[in-house]
Write a protein that binds this ligand. Sequence first.
Ligand code: ATP
Length: 233
Amino acid sequence: MNMVLEVENIHTYYGKSHILNGVSLKVGEGELVALLGRNGAGKTTTMRSVMGLTPPREGHVRLFGQDVTGTSASRIASMGVGYVPEGRKIFGHLTVHENLLVARETKGPWTIDTVYKLFPRLHERRTSKGGRLSGGEQEMLAIGRALLLNPKLLILDEPSQGLAPIIVQEVMRTVARMKSEGISVLLVEQNAFLALQLADRAYVLSEGEVAYDGPAAELSADTARMEHLAGVA
Ligand code: ATP
């Protein structure tokens, strides 16, 4: 399998705080990989390291076989990595349609029209202000914006956060749909139970180190271990 993302033994700091202590993980072409862990385990820091927002001081990040350690976030995004940060970061004062218009559209199958086809709800709400959308609609808009970059890899940081359970299921169906569209996905979740239902493989971080690396099904079958490592939301 071709590797889309390879993180090799990274050490990342905030000032003097040593947060990631030798994290390694991989995402293969077409794979959906979950990155789990309790609050403060280092999930967001791992994403920031990959995206070049908080570059690691040691170790390597490879995208599509190319070493990108120390490369800027905008360059990484333009290589085909869509990042949907925690909290969604859509423009509350712009309409749904305007939010999509201001996203950087690149050549490829994803256009505003195909995003509307994927999310008919966004089309219905196209004249509504971003800030007036429900949490689930905002997540779809954030994913829709990332799709306009025509990413080969989509990194989603806690898409279920703050959503009602029924909406969470809908968002998770959307994540599964990304995989069926051929996009590789790194799904960062605190809700291990949900993420493991979708993922091919999983990593669990604990205090800045990888505490589990293996098939998602193996971890979800072992409830006690899952609870111990990741907590069960
Ligand atoms: P959460 O689900 O709470 O976001 P997480 O697994 O994503 O958790 P991180 O946000 O990566 O965890 O945080 C890992 C550790 O780094 C925590 O101990 C946190 O307090 C610390 N940390 C995060 N951001 C900073 C920062 N800007 N400066 C200093 N320490 C930070």
